[in-house]
Ligand binder design. Sequence first.
Ligand code: GDP
Length: 397
Amino acid sequence: MGRRKKIVQECEELMDEPEQIRNIAIAAHVDHGKTTLTDNLLAGAGMIADADEATQLVMDTEEDEQERGITIDAANVSMTHEYEDENHLINLIDTPGHVDFGGDVTRAMRAVDGALVVVDAVEGAMPQTETVVRQALREGVKPALFINKVDRLISELQEGPEEMQQRLQDVIADVNELIRGMTEEMDDIEEDWTVSVEEGTVGFGSALYKWGVSLPSMQRTGMSFGDIIELEQDHKRQELHERTPLSDVVLDMVAEHFPNPLKAQPFRVPRIWRGDDESDIAEDMRTVNRDGDIVFMATDIGMDPHAGEIVTGRVFSGTLEKGQELYVSGTAGKNRVQSVGIYMGGEREELDRGVPAGNVAAVTGLKDAIAGSTVSDKEMTPFESIEHISEPVITKS
Ligand code: GDP
């Protein structure tokens, strides 16, 4: 069997195992390294040959988009990752880094259950870091932290271990202050969502040089802080990458600490949907019922030269299939689903089968859908409007 076919088969199998799915976003202040990190994860998960190729692919797509006058501000990618002998399907919804895209960031956050917040170690938490953390928490999305560009602290700023640890602790403290400030007012969050090195919800490293560490990874590899500083000082980055690859550290963190849809949806649905919580549809969404009514939330509209408009989003309930006639919130009449697919790496793969609840789907035929639309087989209360949840004030339900 060809490599591509094998990966598709693997993804298809995992689609039916909601425990193994993680829907996540990477969110960051512009230039803090989100793109570099994403490419790295894809390469590390074996979805593309290497990160340089990924960058090339992304750039090619952008050029193509520019030529056709289309701007796509959110790329969606999926990958598989083995953690503790279990394979996982990790769907990554990209969030635009620019603050003007606030609405899009929120839409992307709605489709995911975990957000990896990337902060540049040199710059520290910036205004957009605060914005993305707020947006994630407001949507009931659990945060984790990756402190990037740590190579610069060592090689450029020549910081010693104490100075460096202090700086990393300051970044963690700033992010936690934001998290604490918001979660204190969220009665429905029972767990402590602040990030911590000890818990393994903080990673740090270099997306550029492809190495990363977390406390669990250091325990596993036996590498100390001192080893890392020494190797980076000596510019032995390839060795650092081989001994502690960034993608493993980050994807392990995702698999271990971000909730799967079964855990996330019962908690998130009441936050993002204000319909009748006694209804069947509410129950279907809370239980991620693949046999229930269809509820799909569109997060992004892209363009494919052959297939036309591609609507990407999260299936909250039911199973999305070719040929279904679905309502699109805010429009009259129904749209017919022409094809359904999933992402494999950065590429869309059409499937002969349906995409069940808990997954991210790429759909054609939903011509009336816009980013933010609720798509369903029965008329229903749409998800909360973006404007409402974008308000800076936290509202308790
Ligand atoms: P984005 O705007 O958050 O997507 O940021 P990019 O991934 O495009 O990175 C912005 C710039 O920072 C680029 O020039 C990258 O090469 C650089 N960069 C990203 N990660 C690192 C890192 O870990 N170390 C260093 N030194 N530079 C990095």
